[in-house]
Design a protein around this ligand. Structure first.
Ligand code: GLN
Ligand code: ZN
Length: 761
């Protein structure tokens, strides 16, 4: 008889409630502490997590959720998929691991990319025909034993073999026909060995995560999934297997997993909106545990427990056991709402972070097993909070709603580009190949200090503003000296391009300790968008106009677009994202308008997250892109022909969003391109893009200063693809993370290169 799963969560945050791991890592990397000190901090975090999950009453506690950097990297190391260039460094195991994550002087790190449609980033394993999988690191076993010694039976969580290979890329030098998935059988042998060791160590359950099947997959990939789990299921010596797929509906993979010889299947019933209906048509579940992901693992709202129970009730009877869980790992939410002393108490009562979500799962589990009466108080309290939120005055702003209702198509339309171009030429009088930057200049220690001092009251608002003005003055002078054509104020007043706006808009609250891991030791603190969004007063006009007064050259106003504001916030779940995006768009539209009225002739609306929010399934792309484009156009269409709208995108492989970029209708689009050697221009040409474009001519992600000749060559390459009248010259992205020495030198070379190319036009 297998032990039940009962109530569980699929994973947990690991950075520490006070970002202990971040500090310990950074101190270790800076050689200020030893490996032992780092390992002690890590162990304490694991112990605290296991104990708190057990004490909270979960029937099954996930294990192996800790990572020094990233769970995909951990998987690669566990199975020996370490490229030779890292082992050849001759470092100890921990430093080899960190070399893969962060690089060392001689060797860059593995590529990093987004974990599905979340804001978490993983390291991309490299798999080639020569990769030899072997169980080379027994951390999952060690951590199982470590927890067992404390009296906590854990359920080790592993990235599933299919997802691991589907997220990997072909190692350099592999033949073009090679796919990492070709190595599935070899990898499965290593998984089998690990499962055997876990079984011998005493593990009753192991969780294998296969979120890759919430995205579109080919028949061959589905067949591989079926074959793999048949193989793992048929192993003689193994723990019970829970296979989970989250971040959406599993599509055809649901049936594959339901009929696989595994003991449990975990589904996301929050993002997977059609899963419940589909489950009732499956027969293979009768002898399995169905782990129902009823509590949203990615957002921070309290669960409507009544609704979740209703869903749960429809599933009872479908499977051998119905267990309750979160929709995905809680890695994507902060630790504990109780740590927030400063959030408005009413809004706070609507929130559930990781600790609260664990409690919700426990309550749901008991309600399903013992009946509602067993947890009547919890259910009543939750219902009251949900009702309070739904009925709260403050989430509704009738003026904003009326405005949204009254929108007509012409609000998102500008006059023809030809007319705009003419008017802009007259107003701006720019030289050919105009030079500009993406917005931010280096955030110096002085600037950060001023912000900290304002926060802790050492300086007042007036003193703070003076410090920012001084900084803006320096940045304008620098740009004039360099000879740039369209200047920026440098964004010194912005801690972060989303947080800054969220603090000035109605409808948002900020957290104090709501940190979420973005990658490695880097955490973000997303604002919470809880109600209708409006703009009480101008947000950037004072800084932009101050900068404009200091120069004859046009200063570009700098705003963040609606999609990016949503992508990097926790967003209300009580209305369609499209409506929320349009509310944000209206606030930005008013800001654009006010900038224009104050004499700003160029306004840039950044949308670096346009691709990030793209749904995992292609059938949903159109609906998303329609509202994403519409909200950008709504934000930017309320201006005269002569006002030039720019946008900035942070990537060069557009894939499925390329047509949307054309549809944004920005007069000038700056994009990442230096690393891909301007290839992006051909991609844009192919879909008929015919407006201003600024392909980044140097990579700001590295401290390296490009030579003038190098930039000249890139500009010449760009001119092969784009007529001179449409080409702009700019770096790849904002300069915020760089130092002034590099920035000065790099911009100088960028300007010299432009000067060298201009006479040849
Ligand atoms: N304007 C922003 C900056 O320069 C854009 C940042 C971004 O694209 N992520 O910092
Ligand atoms: Zn960028």
């Amino acid at each position: 008889m297998t032990t039940k799963i009962g109530s569980t969560v699929l994973g947990y945050p690991r950075i520490g409630p006070n970002r202990e791991l971040k500090r310990a890592l950074e101190s270790y990397w800076a050689s200020r502490s030893s490996e032992t000190e780092l390992r002690d901090v890590a162990r304490q975090l694991r112990v605290d997590t296991w104990r708190s999950l057990k004490d909270a009453g979960l029937d099954s506690v996930p294990g192996n959720t800790f990572s020094y950097y990233d769970q995909v990297l951990d998987t690669a190391v566990t199975f020996g998929a370490v490229p030779a260039r890292y082992t050849e460094l001759g470092l100890n195991p921990l430093d080899t691991y960190f070399a893969m994550a962060r690089g060392v002087e001689s060797t860059p790190p593995l590529e990093m990319t987004k974990w599905f449609d979340t804001n978490y980033h993983y390291l991309v394993p490299e798999i080639g025909p020569d990769t030899r999988f072997a169980l080379s690191d027994r951390t999952p076993v060690e951590q199982y034993l470590e927890a067992a010694e404390l009296g906590v039976t854990t359920r080790p969580v592993l990235v599933g073999p299919l997802t691991f290979l589907l997220l990997s890329k072909s190692a350099e030098g592999a033949p073009g026909s090679f796919r990492p998935l070709d190595k599935l059988d070899e990898l499965l042998a290593a998984y089998a060995e690990l499962l055997g060791e876990l079984k011998r160590a005493g593990a009753e359950w192991v969780q294998l995560d296969e979120p890759a099947f919430a995205a579109d997959r080919t028949q061959a990939e589905l067949d591989a999934l079926r074959a793999a789990y048949r193989k793992l299921g048929d192993l003689q010596e193994r723990p019970n297997l829970l296979v989970t797929g989250y971040f959406g509906d599993l599509g055809d993979a649901l049936e594959v997993l339901a009929s696989a010889p595994v003991e449990a299947l975990g589904v996301d019933l929050v993002a997977g909106t059609s899963t419940v209906d589909k489950l009732s048509t499956l027969s293979g579940l009768r002898d399995k545990t169905l782990v129902a992901g009823l509590v949203d693992g990615r957002n921070i709202w309290r669960t409507n427990l009544d609704r979740a129970l209703t869903t749960g009730a429809t599933l009872l009877g479908l499977a051998g056991e119905l267990a309750v869980s979160t929709s995905c790992s809680l890695l994507h939410v902060p630790y504990d709402v109780e740590a927030e002393a400063q959030i408005d108490p009413q809004v706070k009562s609507w929130l559930a972070f990781a600790a609260q979500k664990v409690r919700e799962v426990v309550v749901l589990g008991r309600a399903l097993r013992e009946g509602r009466d067993a947890v009547a108080d919890d259910l009543a309290e939750a219902a009251a909070a949900v009702a309070d939120r739904a009925g709260a005055e403050r989430i509704r702003n009738n003026r904003v709603r009326a405005r949204l209702q009254s929108l007509r198509p012409e609000h998102s339309r500008r006059n023809d580009y030809a007319l705009r171009q003419q008017a802009q030429e007259k107003s701006l009088r720019l030289p050919p190949l105009p030079t500009t930057t993406i917005g931010s200049f280096p955030q110096t220690t002085d600037v950060r200090k001023a912000r900290a001092e304002l926060r802790n009251g050492t300086i007042d608002d007036a003193a703070y503003k003076q410090r920012m003005r001084d900084e803006i003055q320096r940045v304008i002078k620098l740009q004039e000296d360099l000879g740039l054509d369209v200047l920026v104020h440098g964004e010194p007043e912005r801690n972060d391009m989303v947080q800054y706006f969220s603090e000035l808009l109605e409808g948002f609250v900020s957290t104090h300790k709501g940190w979420v891991q973005s990658y490695g030791s880097r955490c973000v603190r997303p604002p919470i968008l809880f109600g209708d969004v409006s703009r009480p007063k101008p947000m950037t006009v004072e800084w932009a106009t101050y900068a404009q007064k200091l120069t004859e050259k046009p200063v570009k106003g700098m705003l963040t677009g609606p999609v990016t504001i949503l992508a990097w916030s926790f967003v209300r779940d009580d209305q369609p994202l499209a409506d929320t995006a349009k509310q944000v768009a209206l606030a930005i539209r008013d800001e654009v308008h006010d900038l224009e009225a104050a004499g700003i002739r160029v306004v840039q609306v950044d949308e670096p997250a346009l691709r990030e929010l793209l749904p995992l399934r292609s059938v949903q792309h159109k609906e998303y892109l329609d509202w994403a484009v519409e909200s950008f156009r709504l934000a930017t269409s309320g201006v005269a022909d002569s006002t030039q709208i720019h946008t900035h995108l942070c990537y060069s492989e557009f894939g499925d969003v390329i047509n949307a970029i054309v549809a944004l209708e920005a007069d000038v689009t700056s994009i990442e391109a230096a690393r891909s050697r301007m290839e992006v221009l051909a991609d844009l040409n192919a879909v008929g893009f015919a407006k201003g474009v600024g392909p980044g001519v140097y990579d700001i992600h590295s401290p390296r200063v490009p030579e003038t000749e190098e930039v000249t060559a890139l500009l010449r390459a760009a001119l092969e693809a784009v007529p001179a009248q449409r080409l702009w010259v700019n770096p790849d992205c904002g300069l915020k993370t760089r130092g002034y020495t590099e920035v000065n030198a790099a911009l100088k070379n960028m300007i010299s290169a432009t000067a060298a190319v201009r006479p040849t036009l």
